[in-house]
Design a protein around this ligand. Structure first.
Ligand SMILES: O=C(O)c1cc(=O)[nH]c(=O)n1[C@@H]1O[C@H](COP(=O)(O)O)[C@@H](O)[C@H]1O
Length: 224
């Protein structure tokens, strides 16, 4: 089942990123590169990471006017990412244009509500209701906009999957039982997320900050 784990490589250092992937490559199904890595290493860094031969999930969480997002997605074509992210709160036109601009081999998924937020944080942004209601609302919008799927926490994925049975569900912010949650507020275990309907799991620090990343990845894999 290792192919459903995407390891989140959150570091500005290309050599460190390469070392981690060299260590865990047999226990993961893909590499997730986010803002920290991309801002530091850009296209060159992604090309270097592609050399491992694993699918690349380029998580830039694009959120801007439709024209700007579409042009940004086009500018990523040469990197041939398997998955890219946009924020669902960017709205229908932005998501439609992002999907139209993506290559046919790239899944476009929408971040619904960041896993670092809880209901109180949501209220502070001016959105009423619960995390579950917000995820449901944005799941419906992402689906109607023609995207491939969404990003949500393991706490809502079962409900979201009911609304969109064929959707592609990315679940980050998962933690093996007993692991430090850090800034993640809606964490569940990898096994719970999978049972609830996750298509892939994004796992960073529990693997990358471990003394032996390959051992940590293997232990998580064994629970799936
Ligand atoms: O889109 C994401 O991947 C994402 C969405 C979200 O709601 N929460 C979230 O944590 N992420 C990413 O998932 C990874 C989680 O990392 P860890 O908390 O270290 O496992 C980070 O790279 C985040 O950028």
């Amino acid at each position: 089942m290792s192919s459903i784990i995407y390891v989140a490589i959150d570091t500005p250092l290309l050599t460190r990123a390469q070392d981690i992937v060299r260590s865990v490559r047999n226990h993961v199904g893909g590499i997730k590169l986010g803002l920290e890595f991309f801002c530091a290493n850009g296209h060159h860094g992604v090309h270097e990471m592609r050399k491992f031969g694993l699918p690349i999930f380029l998580d830039l969480k694009l959120h801007d006017i439709p024209n700007t997002v579409a042009k940004a997605v086009q500018a990523l074509h040469s990197l041939e990412p398997a998955i890219i992210t946009v924020h669902a709160s960017g709205g229908r036109a932005m998501m439609e244009d992002a999907k139209a601009a993506a290559g046919v081999h790239t899944k476009v998924v929408a971040v619904t509500m960041l896993t670092s937020l809880d209901d109180t944080d949501l209220g502070e942004t001016g959105v009423s209701g619960t995390a579950r209601e917000q995820v449901a609302r944005l799941t419906e919008l992402a689906r109607a906009s023609g995207l491939d799927g969404i990003v949500c926490s393991g706490a809502e994925v079962a409900y979201a999957r009911k609304l969109w049975p064929s959707g592609f569900f990315v679940v980050p912010g998962v933690r093996p039982s007993g692991a430090a949650k850090g800034d993640q507020k809606r964490a569940v275990t990898p096994r719970e997320a999978l049972d609830a309907g996750a298509s892939i799991l994004v796992i960073g620090r529990p693997i990358t900050q471990a003394m032996e990343p390959d051992q940590a990845a293997r232990e998580i894999e064994a629970t799936l």
